[in-house]
Design a protein around this ligand. Structure first.
Ligand SMILES: NC(=O)C1=CN([C@@H]2O[C@H](COP(=O)(O)OP(=O)(O)OC[C@H]3O[C@@H](n4cnc5c(N)ncnc54)[C@H](OP(=O)(O)O)[C@@H]3O)[C@@H](O)[C@H]2O)C=CC1
Ligand SMILES: CC(=O)[C@@H](O)[C@H](O)COP(=O)(O)O
Ligand SMILES: [Mn+2]
Length: 432
């Protein structure tokens, strides 16, 4: 809930319906199309999952800067930074607070302490703890939009809960869509699922300029990460610190490591395929080290529409939460008065085979990507724990996939079972 001095509670009753949906959505994709008109006259009530992370903290920044557009009504995090979660709860006056790793008295005490430090009295939110906390918060009924900014496939059930509750889902947690695949798509009404990932936000914006049948190819840009230009043999001895030195973005540990290995781009190709219903063979990756062009759509008449802005996630976060309406001043634009250079180069798939591997794993539309992602999450942790080398990350994914047999239709149970199996196979390979 918004800080009482920054909001007018009389508007609350008028804002009880679901948010505006994207209109005119054809085909199976939940993303096509956009409706007309301006934003609602009352702030959207936002549930923030992963509030203490890179996406989560930037989302609070966005909401603080646009109180007429956004009112954070619930926050949830893992518990790795309980103090910050408690301070966020008090700052936003969230009606609901979730935390996975603590018990109820600990969460309550942390919030009471944060309230006392901020000289706030009478703040008494509903609390959720334990493994199901984020899922419960995702279904918080007095909400319009859920921003899922959790890391990893642990975000799948919260994603499904947000969709089942009828909320607009602004999805940063790409893993939940990628591992859930058709399961997540079928759970989404047309226009209910909006990407926050910068490339997919760019694609969604570019796709507004043409009909689905006019799209030729999607071009997903990649920064190239800290190891751009290196050959495979030059990657064997790189360290976790080097892998975390991303050239253009400041993000959480998992996605930053994935950027270095190109697993992030692999996940993003599958994410684009699922969001926009474009076949995998019509989705390309191009390395663009400046991270200013966030992706492009090539149309059948030879035209390419690109979205460009300096690397700042507050833009796609604001657009995702406010979709389809833009938020004025969400981020700084490009400065066209200064000389600048944008470069593009092909991806070296021999040094970085992650994208090719994901296209193969995703081809069946089954549990392949759940296995790919789970093996990667385990291997990344093992790399940071010093158990395996950098190139072993993608080699582990490849080895685990080669032992995997796709098992019938995609259900929540089959995804969770495939994940469990893949985590155990990957851990064994990493010497856990
Ligand atoms: N960061 C970025 O710029 C971008 C991120 N993304 C995607 O967004 C997602 C988040 O990334 P990022 O913000 O970098 O990651 P971070 O590691 O910075 O943050 C992850 C967040 O998830 C929370 N979390 C962990 N476990 C749980 C749980 N069981 N229940 C609820 N919350 C939990 C963490 O809480 P705590 O640490 O307090 O335990 C933290 O708030 C990822 O899927 C990533 O791929 C996509 C594009 C850009
Ligand atoms: C900001 C964002 O969307 C990240 O996914 C980013 O794209 C990562 O950079 P890479 O292009 O290096 O993977
Ligand atoms: Mn991205």
């Amino acid at each position: 809930m918004q800080n009482p001095d920054a909001s007018d509670s009389q508007f609350r009753a008028e804002n009880s319906g679901a948010p505006a949906r994207l209109g005119g959505a054809p085909a199976a994709s939940p993303i096509w199309g956009a409706d007309a008109g301006g934003p609602e006259s009352v702030p959207r009530r936002v549930v923030l999952l992963g509030s203490t992370g890179s996406i989560g903290t930037q989302a609070i920044d966005v909401a603080d800067g646009a109180p007429d557009r956004f009112d954070i009504v619930a926050v949830a995090a893992g518990g790795g930074n309980l103090e910050l979660l408690a301070r966020q709860a008090v700052h936003t006056r969230a009606d609901a607070v979730g935390c996975a790793a603590v018990d109820l008295p600990t969460l309550k005490a942390a919030i009471e302490q944060a309230a006392a430090e901020a000289s706030v009295t009478g703040y008494d939110p509903e609390l959720f703890v334990g493994a199901g906390a984020a899922t419960a918060v995702a279904a918080w009924p007095e909400a319009d939009v859920v921003l899922n900014g959790m890391t990893g496939s642990i975000g799948l059930e919260p994603t499904l809960a947000a969709l089942a509750a009828g909320h607009l889902l602004a999805l940063a947690n790409k893993e939940s869509l990628i591992v859930g695949g058709a399961l997540v798509k079928q759970a989404a009404q047309p226009g209910q699922l909006v990407p926050v990932d910068s490339e997919h936000s760019a694609l969604a914006q570019a796709l507004r300029s043409g009909a689905p049948e006019e799209v030729d190819r999607l071009v997903v840009t990649a920064s190239g990460g800290p190891f751009r230009g290196r050959k495979r043999e030059e990657l064997a001895d790189v360290t976790p610190d080097q892998a975390l030195a991303h050239p253009t973005w400041k993000m959480g540990r998992m996605i930053t490591t994935n950027s270095a290995s190109m697993v992030n781009k692999a996940l993003e190709v599958i994410e684009a395929h699922l969001l926009f219903d474009i076949p995998l063979e019509r989705i390309d990756v191009v390395v663009h080290p400046q991270s200013v062009v966030h992706s492009m759509v090539q149309f059948i008449d030879g035209s390419t529409i690109a979205q460009a802005s300096p690397p700042d996630m507050r833009l796609p976060i604001a657009l995702g939460m406010g979709w389809p309406h833009r938020v004025a001043g969400a981020a700084a634009p490009c400065d066209w008065t200064k000389a600048a250079e944008w470069t593009f180069e092909p991806l070296d798939e021999d040094a970085f085979p992650a994208v090719r591997l994901a296209k193969e794993a995703a081809a069946s539309g089954g549990t392949g990507m759940a296995v790919y992602n789970a093996a990667n999450e385990e291997a990344v942790d093992a790399f940071h724990d010093g158990l395996i080398g950098f190139t072993d990350i993608v080699d582990t994914i490849s080895a685990v996939l080669s032992e995997h047999t796709d098992s019938g239709p995609l259900t929540l149970e089959s995804v969770l079972a495939a994940e469990k199996w893949a985590r155990s196979a990957a851990r064994a390979r990493c010497g856990r």
